[in-house]
Design a binder for this molecule. Sequence first.
Ligand SMILES: [Zn+2]
Length: 105
Amino acid sequence: MESHPRCRLAALTVVVGTFSGADPESLEFAMRLVVEESAWPTAEVRIRTEPVALKCRACGRTYETETLNLACPDCGGFDVEVTGGRDLRLESLEVVQDDEATDSS
Ligand SMILES: [Zn+2]
């Protein structure tokens, strides 16, 4: 993007899985510090939390939870596979052209 000076980062979204081990609030704080030091200090930081996705090995049921109660809702089993919610990833970047951005001001 640095080779296109008319484009500007407007917002970025980071996904924090419940099982990623990251604390969404401190991550948001850290991301804001990074953004403020970057070439686009006005960019908006959005943090989206993602529930844990699980699959029961006993009955095959797939489900999600945002708590640490991982038992299968169908059979109550604990033999479950974590299929999602472990990630910490950059989900999207919103880039705008400065021409458009200045039109509205
Ligand atoms: Zn089950």
